[in-house]
Design a protein around this ligand. Sequence first.
Ligand code: HEM
Length: 499
Amino acid sequence: MASIQEPPSVKTTIPYVGHLFGIMQSKFNYFAELSHKNPYEIFTVNMPGQKMYIVASPKLIQAIEKHPKTLAYLPIEAKFVGRVCGISTAAQNIIEKNSNGEEDLGMLHDVHAAIRAPLAPGAELDSMNRIMIQNIATSLNGLIPSGESRIHIKLVEWLRHCVTIATTNSVYGPPNPFKDREIADAFWEFERNIFSLVMGVLPSITARSGIAARAKVSKAFEQYFKDGSHTQGSILVSDKYKAALSNGVSIEDWAPYEVGSALAILVNTTPTVFWMIFLVFSDPELLADLRTEIESVMTTSTENGIVRNLDITQLKQNCPLLSSTLQEVLRYRSVAASIRQVMEDTVLNDTWLLKKDSILQMPSRIIHTTKAIWGDDVEEFNARRFLKEYVPKNVKKPSATAFRAFGGGTTLCPGRHFATTEVLAIATMFIMRYNIAPLTGKWSLPTVDSTNMTSAIMTPDNDVEVEVSLRKGYEEGEWAFGLKDSEKVFAMDAEDEGN
Ligand code: HEM
């Protein structure tokens, strides 16, 4: 039997002041570079007052997911929710009680169950998806004013507003607080300030504008719940609210918690759709191939004028290059941290001893940039990488578990079905309907240094100003989306395969 030992320590050169900085590092290349220089399947990074284990192997990640109670996520969320959301001590105590869902009890346990059910394939998800795609069609139908053939936009800003409105209208229903542009802008101001809020060092000075912005969105949510507006929203919003209230949380505390929850549903979709559009339009050959593929499933009716229909179910099932492109965008731009707290000494695979109170991280950036998994071209964007017939150079076909953009195990992103529908809807309509050209004349990949700790996808440091013009031959008529029921799961993540 192999000897049991703690993972080897690896020297770091950056000064850590706490594990929050460790989480930030997983957003950039730091841990990936460290891991590629020290090819262990798991290693230890010692920080003052905090030991952190960094995992670099998909096989070991699978072993970790088998210990959801001892290698747990919810106690970490319980610790930070107060700082992110600014809730009362009474509510913080409720959240921390049974935070690991002991005996299936506890507020976080109940809220998480209320999140997962409506976002799983079924009638609830279908109804949210339909509202979302309807809103996207409205935004895109109004992008170029009637009678004009082109417009200049800031791509990130435009996409962020389109995604914010489509997602929140679908979650919060007609009385959606985000419909008020001031509330939506305040939410994004709060998001920009998350790191200072979580750090908690003199927040009234370092996170002043974030606190004010959060209070503004929170007030709007307080009114929303007091008016009973959640009864007009999705089951997602009303069941979460019921779960919180039944655990004794007040409306005044649930409102700021809801602001924090909105981070999960909003922060990753805009950068994903931005990179998808950027990477497709900057590669004319890929753009042409995608247009041919999507054209084969697009239908056009002329009964009441020209109406072009993009059926999302068809796109997901019958456009392999489109699916592969989205998966590769997610692989190439993912910076998910996937954090766990070690609740008690745990031995993995009869080999690695993980000590109680340590933090465990499974950064997607390490797995997604390992040559031994993906091949020598791992650093490049290759839209064909996920096609069934694609043969990578110098390596076996990567195991599906090496795709970590939606995390995995107990924290596998429950919004992945909704998110892939949203990204595909926006991206395919841009691809089929418009030409896009950067105003600088050149597609230059933006840097991503300001990527925030809440983001699982790199966010561009600068916006990209583009000219969007109507595509020749597609100037006339209306555009719409179709969506059949989601009984058949679209398996973009290995954990959905076999459904
Ligand atoms: C392309 C867009 C998206 C990406 C890449 C993404 C990715 C992720 C990742 C990596 C996690 C953490 C997993 C882990 O720690 O192992 C996560 C968590 C989560 N995501 Fe997503 N997400 C996206 C969109 C969405 C959307 C649209 C929703 C809701 C409608 C959503 C809801 C959530 C929730 C509620 C969690 C927390 C789950 C938990 O704590 O157990 N996500 N997401």
